[in-house]
Design a protein. Sequence first.
Length: 361
Amino acid sequence: MIERAPRIADVGSGLVLYPNGIKAADAVSAQLGERIRAAGYVPRPSDARPLVAPDGTVLSNDPIGGLDARFGAPQVSLLRSALYRALQATTGDAELVTGTEVVGHTDDGDRVRVKLSTGDSVEADVLVGADGVNSRTRRQVFDDGAPVYRGYTSLRGRSSTPVEFPHGFTVAGDGIDLFVAPVGGGRVYWTAKVVAEQGHWPDLGVDIALAALLRKIRDWHRPIVDMIRRTDKQAGIVVTDICDRDPTDHWAKGRVVLIGDAAHPMSPAMGQGASMAIEDAAELSAVLNTLPGNVPGALAEFCAERAPRTSEIVLESRRKGGVDSRALRGADVRARTANEFTTQDERLTSLFGWQPRVRGG
C-alpha cells in the first residue's frame, strides 16, 4: 500500500460511519469492525442528536441511538486518524509505504507496473486508485477533467465536548451549516459548511480562516461559539472547497480500478463519503475473490454493481448539499430538516439496510 502522507499522525478532524459503513467494515474484516467501534463513539440506545437554531433553541431531535437495533449496526463517529490506525492494524502483513506518491502506471494486460515518486516501481495484479477527489490515477486512466465546485467550503476541526450537547448537534445558520459529533474521550469533531467563492477560504490559511469563522458566528449561542473557539489548533484545521462529479459507471480499465472519492466524489451532506469507500472495498474484495482468474472481468462487474447505488447517493448528496443563504428559524427549520434520515423510511432503509456480497458467492 502506497500512502502519500509522511506518517499516520493524530491530526485532522473526524467522520461518521453510518450503519451501512459499519456493515461494510465488518465484511472486510470482523477485526476491522471491532476496532472501529472501539476507536470511536457508539451511541447508546437513548442518544439523540438535536437540530439547534443559532440562538441555541432545540428544534428537533434525530434518534441516532436507535439505528443499531433497526439496521444491525450502529453509526460510529471517530477521528480520521483513529480510522487510519484501525485500517492499518487490520492489514496484517501488507506493507505500508508512507511519504510516497504514485506518479504513473503501465498496464501490459498481465500485470500493472506502478511508478513511485521515489523513482522506484512495483508490480501488481491490480492497481486500486483510492487517491481522492483529485485522483492522479483517474487523470491518467480517463482524463475526464477536474471535479466541479459546488458553492461552499468545509472547515473541520476538533474540540472539547460542550456540556449542553454531549451527543453532538447540527445548526442551520445564515450561509453556514454546522455539524458536531462526539469521538470519545470528551472530544468532538466539527465541520462547518460555508457559502463562498471557490478558493476564498483555503487561501486564507487555517489561523485566519478560524478567526473569520468565529466572526461569522459571533452572535450564535455562546456555548457553540466557545466550542469552536476551543478548537485544538495543534491537531490542525482542515479547509476544503467541496467538489463532486457527475456519476459514471466507468471506474475501471484493464487492471486498474478507482474506489471512494477517486471514483464517485460526493458532497458531505449525507455523510456517506467514507461509508461508500468502505462499501467499495468490501465489494471489490468479494468480486475479486469470486473471479480470481479474470481481473478485468471482475473489475467491470464491480463497477456495474456499484454504480447504481453510488450514483444515487452522489446526486442526493448534491441535492441536499446547499447551505442555507438565510437564517432558518422555527417552523422553517422543521419543514426543511425534520431529519430525512428518520422521517423518510423507504430512503433510510435503502441507504442503511445495504448488505455486503458474500465472499465467493
